[in-house]
Design a protein around this ligand. Structure first.
Ligand code: ADP
Ligand code: AMP
Length: 213
């Protein structure tokens, strides 16, 4: 199964993708996670991307294309994947098709997780992320069993530097500028499925799983 998760920041793409990837036995590819790892490791890509990320802007398509090509050259994508955070504009959607063409693969479904602005701001301003395994938590919606530490690997949790109200609003603007075109693009390919992501995570998961049957 090859799935693209679309949706605003905070809709729950990462939360759903992590569980779904395990259930379906496919790879989870989060471009945000890969970028944050590069920033942490101070790679050339991380150093170029950091300023864009801190300002809530998209990292330039050229940098993203190279990163995606490298990721899709890895073996684990052969079992299928959930793509979370890419594509974010039409140019990226076309890049994806160029990467897939020589491999003879295509996206099966695009799941658009829709969420309201008030829910997004509540979720992102309380999001906590594991510094080691990138698991997501929320101070009130999904608190860890031990405050400040990951249930899965025990590492410390942190708040993302771009989860500040001003940067959240900027990211939402950037998202809204691009999403209508992407929705049109994937609707035209009969791949788009739209779900409300405002409900409990378990309910949203059930609805996504139903689309994979
Ligand atoms: P995205 O990857 O789309 O930016 P995340 O998966 O990181 O979003 O989720 C954003 C925040 O909202 C996290 O703190 C997560 O724990 C919380 N969250 C995700 N899905 C739900 C949900 N259905 N109900 C309540 N909180 C949620
Ligand atoms: P995310 O983890 O998906 O919320 O992404 C965090 C930040 O990483 C974004 O605000 C962008 O700066 C950058 N980013 C992630 N994915 C992409 C992408 N597909 N294209 C451009 N920038 C991206």
């Amino acid at each position: 199964m090859r799935i693209v998760l679309l949706g605003p920041p905070g809709a729950g793409k990462g939360t759903q993708a992590k569980v779904l990837a395990q259930e379906l036995g496919v790879a989870h590819i989060s471009t945000g996670d890969i970028l944050r790892q590069n920033v942490k490791d101070a790679t050339a890509l991380g150093q170029e991307a950091k300023d864009f990320m801190d300002r809530g802007l998209l990292v330039p398509d050229g940098l993203m294309s190279k990163m995606l090509q490298d990721r899709f050259a890895q073996d684990d994508i052969k079992k299928g994947f959930i793509l979370d955070g890419y594509p974010r504009n039409i140019a990226q959607a076309k890049t994806l098709e160029e990467i897939f063409k020589p491999k003879g693969i295509d996206i099966d479904i695009v799941v658009y997780l829709d969420s309201s602005d008030s829910v997004i701001i509540q979720r992102l301003s309380g999001r906590l992320v594991c510094s080691k395994c990138s698991a997501n938590y929320h101070v009130t919606n999904m608190p860890p069993s031990k405050q400040g530490f990951c249930d899965k690997c025990g590492a410390a949790l942190y708040q993302r530097t771009d989860d500040k109200v001003e940067t959240i609003k900027k990211r939402l603007d950037v998202y809204k500028n691009e999403v209508a075109d992407l929705i049109k693009y994937y609707s035209g390919q009969n791949k788009l499925h739209r779900l409300s992501a405002d409900g409990p995570a378990q309910e949203v998961l059930k609805e996504i799983v139903a689309l994979t049957k």
